[in-house]
Design a protein around this ligand. Structure first.
Ligand code: G
Ligand code: G
Ligand code: MN
Ligand code: NA
Length: 254
């Protein structure tokens, strides 16, 4: 309850911050976009991990206004980039299961698109398998409408849910994010290596692209590149950083 109360007041006082983690093309290492990751620094508790506060926010309903704030900030960032000659950059945003219900998400996104005049294909919505499979029929309907608007869709943490393959059959999406649990031991665990290679092949056969999460070593990068993975994200390329720093980071990469 303490965390819950402090989160509500953080939301009122702009106590949350968006950090950005670069996503790179595996063949060239060039930055093609970023994922937005929520950060919360409480004046008394200090930095609180998203893995701690997001489940609580989901439980108490705070994830709805918080998720809305994330979407709005992300659209603003895309509009800034578009204005500043970074129109090709893509921004990936995490969606929580609670944000799926009804038509609220769709109408809110329409409103934000009209307000910021961004190209929706520059925004990628990340959905976890578990969230999507709660109500597959309504998810299917929603994802279809999002795609019709031009938004890109990615499955987050692919391979960790109960129904990864069912998901691919049911929903039309654009990209798979291979969970970092499979990337971590790529060099030492032959099973992980086989799973990652097969997932890349499966995705490509279905016309989807693949991004690997949690890339920390050159050997992992090399493996993923050899297997023709499309993109990577991880500490090897960049840590999550405040949006302003990300702009600087892009300049050093150019
Ligand atoms: O940044 P970090 O790896 O600690 O994030 C931990 C978890 O929090 C990840 O699973 C990530 O998907 C989730 N997360 C981060 N930012 C957001 C957000 O804006 N919305 C939602 N729903 N989840 C987020
Ligand atoms: O949304 P998702 O669950 O994929 O969130 C990504 C999380 O993974 C973020 O919390 C981010 O801080 C973390 N992360 C990103 N890159 C790396 C990495 O290379 N290694 C590890 N251990 N964690 C990472
Ligand atoms: Mn994610
Ligand atoms: Na993930």
């Amino acid at each position: 309850l303490l965390l819950e109360n402090r989160m509500w007041s953080a939301l009122e006082r702009e106590g949350f911050e968006l950090h950005l983690q670069a996503q790179v093309a595996l063949d060239t290492g060039r930055v093609i976009g970023a994922e937005t990751l929520l950060r919360w620094h409480d004046p008394e508790l200090g930095a609180v991990e998203p893995s701690r506060f997001i489940p609580i926010a989901e439980e108490c309903g705070l994830i709805l206004p918080l998720g809305d704030w994330v979407l709005s900030r992300s659209m603003q960032l895309l509009a800034d980039w578009q204005r500043d000659g970074l129109a090709g950059m893509r921004l990936a945003v995490n969606l929580s299961a609670r944000q799926f219900g009804g038509d609220a998400l769709l109408s809110r996104l329409d409103q934000l698109l009209a307000q910021h005049r961004i190209d929706p294909s520059r925004m990628e919505l990340e959905i976890t398998e578990t969230a999507a499979m709660r109500d597959p029929e309504s998810t299917r309907h929603l994802l279809r409408q999002l795609r019709a608007r031009g938004f890109k869709l990615a499955i987050d943490d692919f391979g960790t849910g109960y129904s990864s393959l069912a998901y691919l059959k049911l929903f039309s999406i654009d990209r798979i994010k291979i969970d970092r649990g499979f990337v971590k031991d790529l060099e030492t665990n032959p099973n992980d290596a086989v799973i990652v290679a097969a997932t890349i092949g499966l995705a490509h056969s279905l016309g989807l692209s693949v991004i690997a999460e949690g890339v920390e070593t050159h050997a992992q990068w090399g493996f993923l590149r050899d297997k023709r993975g499309d993109e990577g994200q991880g500490f090897l390329f960049a840590r999550p950083m405040p949006a302003r720093e990300f702009r600087e980071f892009l300049r050093t990469q150019a």
